[in-house]
Design a protein around this ligand. Structure first.
Ligand code: UD1
Length: 420
């Protein structure tokens, strides 16, 4: 298992290019199962999660070719069973259920396990499949869905913690090949949902309203192949902007969609950092320690839960006391204990982290626990005195393409070493 060593205190400057969005690429790759014809997807980031998805597609019978960031999937014949061994490594593998149900009218996919950021139920996905006319059984760790015929329905995807992103994706993918009209109320509005809807429409689907709370899908009898460019990863962009705030002398992220990161740049502005926008790039300028603030994560267009841990790292050395509340995943605070090992002063009160800014963080051996928590520890290491050692970096490789190399391009001293 690799470790990352971060030699703190090096100022970052310059620019990097943002990769394609992981959270767009995963459901879009799953959606290629909906047609026999080849689909070409550009801008697929080289991550362990996208590689797992390609392994799942191969297991389901699709032919997959990958040349750099371009993936061609031809799912001429598919079968509908994805066992635990194939899907267990990635929770997002649940998003093959929708396209398999749409295409094969049945699917058996092992139930994803829990994960450190919380319980992660999929009740809303299953309720949606039932509304489309499918029978749903959970048996011996597998989810089995079966429908002789899928019919349009009105489905609400808003749960206790807001709308579900992959649930909205799953229902869209099942409904595109159903009879009649499906209306998704309380739909997730994330840009990744819009990207998937655009991809499906390019395949011949009839979807309107993606990006709003109501999505209307008129079922069609079949879909065809297409070619698509995945949108830039707004969470990667946000992470590098926070790196610029923590340790930067002026950092620019290129190939971003400024509107998609608006909630993040707004918060960084409130923290006191000057931000400059150009066509498809954003620069953050230095301005000393961040100003403390109150921050709540919310579904898009609110501040993303996937940036909460990185903001905790930034606010650890802010001026004053901050309160960060995660309304989407209230238990997503595994990074807090590790940040405390680096000298951060953080108190957890339910879903809120109360952070008292300190002048300095001190390097320490810390352990990555999930994808975004790991990124937060790397960011904290950029600021800490000494060499921070982050172990279990496979979590980082799930969702950041060449994070260590890109930080190196900005002038950070980051090494990847094989753990003994
Ligand atoms: C996606 C993202 C993830 C992000 C999350 C929230 C991908 C691959 N992953 O995950 O990075 O952190 O959105 O923006 O796109 N919930 C239910 N019942 C359900 C489904 C979800 O109660 O059936 C709850 C969850 O526990 C959570 C909230 O709804 O509290 C939002 O989860 P959801 O949007 O479903 O997350 P994912 O789509 O899995």
């Amino acid at each position: 298992m690799d470790k990352i060593l971060i030699h703190g205190g090096r100022p970052l400057s310059g620019s990097i290019k943002i990769s394609g969005s992981k959270n767009s690429a995963l459901p879009i790759l799953a959606a290629t199962l909906l047609t026999r014809e080849p689909c070409i997807v550009h801008g697929v980031p080289d991550l362990s999660d996208t590689n797992y998805m390609l392994q799942i597609l191969t297991h389901l019978g699709a032919q997959v070719e990958r040349a750099s960031g371009t993936v061609t999937v031809t799912a001429e014949k598919v079968h509908s069973v994805a066992p635990y061994d194939v899907v267990r490594k990635m929770r997002a593998s649940v998003c093959v259920l929708g396209p398999l149900l749409g295409r094969c009218k049945e699917a058996t996919v092992a139930l994803p396990g829990g994960c450190v950021i919380g319980d992660r139920p999929i009740d809303l996905h299953l309720k949606g499949f039932e509304a489309l006319g499918a029978a749903v059984r959970v048996q011996a760790g597998d989810i089995k869905v079966f429908a002789p015929k899928l019919s349009g329905a009105v489905i609400n995807m808003h749960g206790k913690f807001g709308p579900t992103v992959l649930g909205t994706d799953n229902i869209m993918m099942a409904a595109v090949l159903s009879d009649g009209v499906t209306v998704i109320e309380g739909a997730a509005q994330e840009p990744e949902v819009v990207d998937l809807a655009n991809f499906l429409n390019q395949m011949g689907a009839k979807i309107e309203g993606a990006g709003t709370r109501r999505i209307i899908i008129e079922g069609v009898s079949e879909l065809h192949g297409t070619e698509h460019w995945v949108i830039p990863d707004r969470i990667e962009a946000g992470t590098f902007l926070v790196a610029g705030a923590i340790a930067g002398k002026g950092v620019t992220v290129n190939r971003v969609e400024p509107e998609h990161v608006r909630a993040i740049t707004d918060v960084l502005t409130r923290c006191g950092f000057p931000i400059k926008f150009a066509d498809r790039s954003i620069s953050i300028l230095p301005n000393g320690a961040a100003t403390a603030l109150e921050l709540k994560t919310e579904p898009y267009p609110g501040f993303p839960t996937d940036m909460q841990a990185q903001m905790c790292a930034l606010l650890s050395t802010s001026k004053g006391i901050s309160a960060v509340t995660d309304n989407v995943f209230p238990q997503r605070y595994m990074h807090v204990a590790e940040l405390k090992r680096m000298g951060a002063k953080v108190q957890l009160e339910g879903a809120t982290a109360v952070i008292e800014g300190v002048d300095r963080l001190l390097a320490a051996p810390v352990m990555a626990s999930d994808l975004r928590a790991s990124a937060a520890l790397v960011l904290a290491g950029l600021k800490a005195d000494g060499v921070t050692e982050v172990s279990r970096v496979y979590h980082i490789d799930r969702g950041y393409e060449r994070l260590d190399e890109k930080l190196g391009e900005l002038g950070a001293h980051v090494e990847r070493v094989k753990a003994a």
